[in-house]
Write a protein that binds this ligand. Structure first.
Ligand code: ZN
Length: 54
């Protein structure tokens, strides 16, 4: 377990940001966001590529 704060930022035009200490939660929320707002099926691998430690 890590206490790093994980963060995913969507396109700046979108402005969506999710951050949590729980990596799984960040991935779940970001995946839902991509699906609902962008009609995109993002994989964990893609999302992890966008993830930063905040
Ligand atoms: Zn977005």
């Amino acid at each position: 377990m890590s206490n790093d704060l994980k963060r995913i930022e969507c396109d700046p035009k979108c402005g969506f940001v999710v951050q949590s200490h729980d990596e799984k939660e960040v991935l779940d929320i970001a995946r839902k966001h991509a699906k609902e707002k962008h009609d995109m099926n993002a994989t964990d691998q893609q999302l992890k590529g966008m993830m930063k430690s905040a």
